[in-house]
Design a protein around this ligand. Structure first.
Ligand code: VIB
Length: 196
């Protein structure tokens, strides 16, 4: 689903870390961060994570593109992170909310097939009825190109990387419309020797 929100949408963000299981990890991390178009988001990298903030459509576009960039090296790579929206006081990158909705990396990713496995969990905050909000809003039966299965504390998604990130974006988008402060944690892994 593409994000149809206009420029008055709320700022969202993600803190994430890439783990290339390779001697070449510095190059893989830095080239992924360098070569992906992050012009539509606020960003900051340090020794622990990268933080990207802006419209929902762009924070998912950027994390998807960085993971795909690292995975196309053929090395076993994992990424873990937390998406967040509605965090009180989160507005210092408001200028990025005026960006257009067209995802900056979508054209380059159009033909970049890559399989992965992912587990994610969504956390609607400050609500006693949080389980209802999850069940009401998330309909992964509509997710195309991913196998969905239950796991303890998480939902597992297997399939193409782009379809996995699209399914997570749809879930995050739907829940945050109902619950103002929502976070989502995920771990995604590609080229794992466990699958060979
Ligand atoms: C997305 C992402 N952002 C930051 C780090 C932290 N980090 C670990 S090694 C390295 C390169 C050499 O400084 C960096 C930036 C990461 N792993 N993944």
């Amino acid at each position: 689903m593409t994000n149809q929100q206009c420029n008055t949408s709320r700022i969202a963000g993600v803190q994430f870390t890439l783990y290339p299981m390779s001697d070449n990890f510095v190059d893989i991390i830095l080239s992924a961060l360098d070569e992906v178009d992050q012009s539509k988001v606020w960003k900051e990298t340090d020794d622990v994570t990268t933080c990207v903030r802006g419209k929902i459509v762009h924070i998912f576009d950027v994390t998807k593109a960085i993971f795909l960039h690292a995975a196309k090296t053929g090395e076993h790579v994992a990424m873990t992170g937390t998406y967040s929206i509605g965090c009180p006081g989160d507005n210092e990158a408001d200028v990025y909310m005026a960006e257009s909705d067209a995802p900056a990396n979508a054209p380059q990713l159009a033909n970049a097939p890559q399989r992965a496995g992912c587990k994610f969990a969504i956390h609607p905050l400050g609500r006693e009825d949080y389980m209802d909000k999850i069940y009401e809003q998330i309909d992964l039966s509509k997710a195309r190109g991913v196998d969905v299965s239950a796991a303890h504390y998480m939902t597992r998604l297997d399939g193409d990387v782009q379809a996995i990130f699209d399914a997570m974006e749809d879930a995050f988008e739907a829940v945050q419309q109902e619950v103002s402060h929502t976070t989502m944690t995920f771990t995604i892994s590609a080229n794992s020797p466990s699958n060979q």
